[in-house]
Design a protein around this ligand. Structure first.
Ligand code: SF4
Length: 70
């Protein structure tokens, strides 16, 4: 499968999936995380829990009790 993106912004240059969006999506789907390009301000954690916390903070303001450990 070819899905080359010459403008991949992911800084992880050692990743074998770099510049291949279709492989990134499969990898991150299987690891419950987000591709870097969709979650660049991840603070070193591309996990879905962190993504959810960031979205919640963005759209609802400071954290309320979500039941998710920080
Ligand atoms: S987003 Fe993930 S899979 Fe894609 S190049 Fe970066 S580290 Fe690799």
């Amino acid at each position: 499968m070819k899905c080359i993106n010459k403008e991949c912004p992911c800084p992880k240059t050692e990743c074998p999936r770099q510049k291949q969006c279709c492989l990134c999506v499969i990898n991150h789907k299987n690891t419950d995380s987000m591709p870097f390009c969709l979650f660049p301000d991840n603070g070193g954690d591309k996990g879905l829990e962190n993504f959810y916390r960031k979205l919640k903070k963005r759209f609802e303001g400071p954290a309320k009790d979500t039941g998710i450990k920080k």
